[in-house]
Design a protein around this ligand. Sequence first.
Ligand SMILES: [Zn+2]
Length: 285
Amino acid sequence: MIDSHQSEPENAAALRAIAPVICYPVETLPAPDLAMYRCARENAEQIARVVVPARDASSVFVPAGSFLRILCPEGPQVGDLNLFNAHDLSERFYSGKTRALHGTHVSVGDRLWSNFPSLRPMATITEDTLAWYGMDQFGGSVHDVIGTRCDPYTAQLLSGHHYHNCCHSNLTRALADAQNLDLCQSEPLVHDVLNVFMCTGFTRDTGQYFMKASPVRAGDYLELFAEFDLLAVLSACPGGDCSAEHSSDVARCYPLEMIVFKSTNDALGNWTSPPPNAYDRSHGR
Ligand SMILES: [Zn+2]
């Protein structure tokens, strides 16, 4: 019989002292060729510029081999990003596996991975003007893949109110508009986000998800290289800089921008889109 109230074993301290092992060592992953990306970026030309209004979302097509800049143009504002294969919406950003591979927060050289069965890089982060922040004394850092997205269901659970401009709803509407879907079709496609510019972590004592004022300033940006044709959908979170609360109209909010820069084929050299994952999908049968 299992005793659910087992007392601490005599070697409890020794067990706690065992050094952690990294779950997914990434040394075997092909390293991104950042020099090639920088070279390709040099002569890239702007082909699209989309404003993301405060407390709303917008979408943009990002062709393979081009760059997506997510810009904070006016004041401190956090963005919630969804990425899709532009030709197959069932392939989309996998926040959880990106976290398992690269850690709780991402920056230059990290990849944004797609879901099963493709599990391949959708985008590579090539520039991050907030890289200086590092990790603070609370374990907080920027651009996390630990949050999900603010949503009206959790807000309803916690406050009893109906709020319609959470990132989940903003992304649902923007995806519906971009793909000519109704809301029932687009909502299940919305997924856990990359929290661009958001400053977050887990409290050391209780392990709770925390946020604090984002250090983002007007002019800061995060830039991604599109590894294949992408549809990017970005919400300007109703939490603004996420220093106090979200899921309401209390916080001061600002717009964001998505700007796409296309590089020439010459600059991309021998680069090609990564193939889908090579696992044979037989699952032991
Ligand atoms: Zn949000």
